[in-house]
Design a protein around this ligand. Sequence first.
Ligand code: FES
Length: 120
Amino acid sequence: MEHQHAREPMNRRVEDGLQRGRAVEIVVDGLPVPAFEGESVAAALLAAGTRVLRTTARHGAPRGLYCGIGVCFECVMTVDRRPNVRTCQTPVRDGMEVETQRGEGQWPGIAARSSSRGGA
Ligand code: FES
């Protein structure tokens, strides 16, 4: 599966009249994505043109930012090797490693279980 950000990142940010935090870079599925301190991981990815943040456990259907306020959990990704992190509630940090989450995600060193619940 080719990732949306596997090309030169887009910039969908409003440029005029805003003060931003320090420019930083996060690494998403091994590729650099520009971000600014104070914005969420989901916002940085949205600005870069990335829509798919995870895939569902049962059918592998794509999911992305939905509520944007920490309620729906549609935006979960693996952040710094920790699965199920709500990226709309997680501020970027320079060098943060983010991965598109497949299904329920997986903790490092813990075998994945077969899923029979939830998700589309
Ligand atoms: S988009 Fe709903 S919890 Fe993040």
